[in-house]
Design a protein around this ligand. Structure first.
Ligand code: GLV
Length: 324
């Protein structure tokens, strides 16, 4: 029998794919570190036993219907909204992701973004680079405090808990809203469960960490921004699809909220003239939540181990539709 065939949609460190090479033939799309074109992905899917995907690859019903040999999709992310899990399950394809290994790193980034937006750090750096720093003045680039303020976390999973843990060090008051109660966040980090409206009404910092689902899509809209405090800063480290961006632009323009820190966008990548880029009080990052070298390598290794396990008929460490 032929070896399994694994198509990797992006260049990843060679040492991290050793587990896959033990059990399969591998092809990696490593053309100038660019995304794999859709036609190439569809063609590869026709013969692949496994696809090692990244979050910008659409693993949809069309692809899954063509993928007659496919057993597993190993997605290099904790989020898997780019994969049609229902269609994958119907076709007997296991979908794997990379939880846990990125929790601390992503929580670090969420907190860094909060602080950057609160204390106007990118703006302050730009001020020097633009040659504007010619004297010290009492309110020059004065931002908002973080310590003792109220943080409202929307989506209290593992990353939310870990942000809450960091927030305790800043003596913040922590509120959260989630589909279900999170006992650990409440007991260990003093987070208080509140309704969505109460969170919007009270928080100085509103942090979205929800996964993108039909329920969360577009949940941060005009109505929601209008319920936030004028001094509130909105932060998004979940998925851009949770936000109606034109409503966020309007809320910033009209001074309904004080600013934003965004690691994710409705349609990525964004161009430099994206409407949200024009505001000094909006900090934009290119989806780098889990981007430390250590964590990205750990995610790559986990993706490889997930794929190897399924190809060997074993239970992978992280799958979203394993039901055997
Ligand atoms: C990144 O956004 C991830 O889901 O891992």
């Amino acid at each position: 029998m032929d070896n399994p065939y694994v198509f990797i949609t992006r260049k990843v460190p060679e040492d991290t794919i050793a587990p896959i090479r033990e059990v399969a033939d591998v092809k990696m799309w490593d053309y100038e570190d660019t995304p794999v074109p859709r036609e190439v992905l569809l063609k590869e899917a026709e013969t692949a036993t496994a696809i090692y995907s990244i979050l910008s690859d659409k693993i949809d019903r069309e692809l899954l219907e063509r993928a007659k040999n496919l057993k597993v999709v190993g997605n290099l992310a904790v989020g898997y909204d780019n994969v049609d899990v229902e269609a994958a399950t119907e076709h007997g394809v296991i979908v794997c992701n990379t939880p846990d290994v990125l929790t601390d790193t992503t929580a670090d980034l969420a907190f860094a973004l909060l602080m950057a937006a609160a204390r106007r750090i990118p703006e302050a750096q730009q001020y020097i680079k633009d040659g504007k720093w010619d004297n010290w003045s009492p309110l020059l680039l004065a931002g908002q405090d973080v310590h003792h303020k109220t943080l409202g976390i929307v989506g209290m999973g593992r990353i939310g808990e870990t942000v809450a843990k960091r927030a305790t060090g800043f003596e913040m008051n922590i509120l959260y809203h989630n589909r279900s109660r999170n006992e650990k966040a409440e007991k260990e980090f003093g987070a208080a469960y509140v309704s969505f409206d109460e969170l919007l009404d009270t928080a100085d910092y509103v942090l979205n960490l929800t996964p993108l689902t039909p329920e969360t899509e577009g949940m941060f809209n005009r109505d929601v921004f209008s319920k936030m405090n004028k001094n509130a800063i909105f932060l998004n480290v979940g998925r851009g699809g949770a936000v109606v961006e034109e409503d966020l632009v309007a809320a910033i323009e009209n001074g309904e909220i004080a600013g934003a820190g965004l690691d994710v966008f409705e349609k990525e990548p964004i161009p430099e003239d994206h409407p949200l880029m024009k505001f000094p009080n909006v900090v934009c990052l290119p989806h780098i939540g889990s981007a430390s070298v250590e964590t990205r390598k750990a995610m790559c290794s986990l993706t490889s181990r997930n794929i190897r396990a399924v190809l060997r008929g074993e239970k992978p460490e992280a799958a979203v539709n394993w039901n055997k």
